[in-house]
Ligand binder design. Structure first.
Ligand code: NAP
Length: 250
């Protein structure tokens, strides 16, 4: 039976690159997305072109009913096996702002998407993967951020704090399910060239900040995908609870 990976935020950026690389490595792929259906369909086509089964599913990760429906859709898909990997990748940043400028609405949305979402998805995955629940084991990779240790002052401390929560969730959940066949790890990207910067109102951010990176360049989505896919593989069979910085030395 082929293995199935669910990638949240699979329609664009790091998630899209991860979907395609998982497909190349022999996984079937669920491309979960919030609103960009055309982009998600293009990723499905790219996965299919390398021989994988792939399916796009719309789901807002911060909405419990959507997350429950996402996993139920995969359960009901006759061509798919059971879920073997969850990539908790979907995430947002806000506009550049100081803490003394943040609204309660923005803070709520940041935590809903970046923290509650990964928790809800991890909950559904553990219920299927854990040997405690009759599952066959699996892998969860959380996409955190170097921001969790840098703090992002003057830019978005709220985002950095949401990623700090992801570090902690990784450490705690990894220990909680270590004896149940599930490995849980976190990849912490540095500055990566994707749409996320434009959506946060800073389209030139990745190139502008290249000089603060020891390697003097932003990373590429594929360079993060490679780390995620390695953590999903049997080559990482003794790696759990790890926070892996992929940040050009920053
Ligand atoms: P991106 O290009 O903006 O893509 C974001 C993806 O997340 C899209 O597929 C989007 O779906 C999805 N998404 C957003 N909100 C969602 C929601 N509420 N429910 C479901 N899906 C949602 O971002 P990216 O740069 O690839 O970032 C991916 C992850 O890496 C994020 O967790 C981000 O925090 C982290 N990260 C990025 C960087 C960087 O420099 N790029 C650095 C550190 C960490 P739609 O296409 O449907 O909108």
């Amino acid at each position: 039976m082929r293995r199935v990976a669910i990638v949240t935020g699979g329609s664009r950026g790091i998630g899209a690159a991860t979907c395609v690389l998982l497909a190349v490595e022999g996984w079937d792929v669920v491309v979960a997305y919030r609103s960009e259906a055309v982009a998600a369909a293009a990723v499905v086509d790219r996965c299919g072109a390398v021989g994988a089964r792939a399916l796009a599913v719309q789901a807002d990760v911060g909405e419990e009913a959507d997350v429950v429906r996402l996993f139920a859709t995969v359960d009901a898909e006759p061509d798919f096996g059971t879920v073997g990997a969850l990539i908790n990748n979907a995430g947002i940043v806000g506009a550049k702002a100081r803490v003394d400028e943040l609204s309660a609405h923005r803070l709520g949305e940041m935590m809903r998407v970046n923290v509650v979402g990964p928790f809800l998805c991890a909950r559904q995955a553990v219920r299927r993967m854990s040997t405690h629940h009759g599952g066959a084991g699996g892998v969860i990779v959380n996409v955190g951020s170097a921001a969790a240790r840098l703090g992002s002052p003057g830019e978005y401390v709220d985002y950095a704090a949401s990623k700090g929560a992801i570090d902690t969730m990784t450490i705690g959940l990894a220990k909680e399910v270590a004896q149940e066949g599930i490995r849980v790890n976190c990849v912490r990207p540095g500055i990566i060239s994707t749409d996320i910067h434009a959506r946060g109102g800073q389209p030139d951010r990745a190139e502008r900040l290249a000089g603060v990176v020891p390697m003097q360049r932003p990373g590429k989505a594929g360079e993060i995908a490679a780390a995620i896919v390695w953590l999903c593989s049997d080559a990482a069979s003794y790696v759990t609870g790890a926070l892996l910085d992929v940040s050009g030395g920053r």
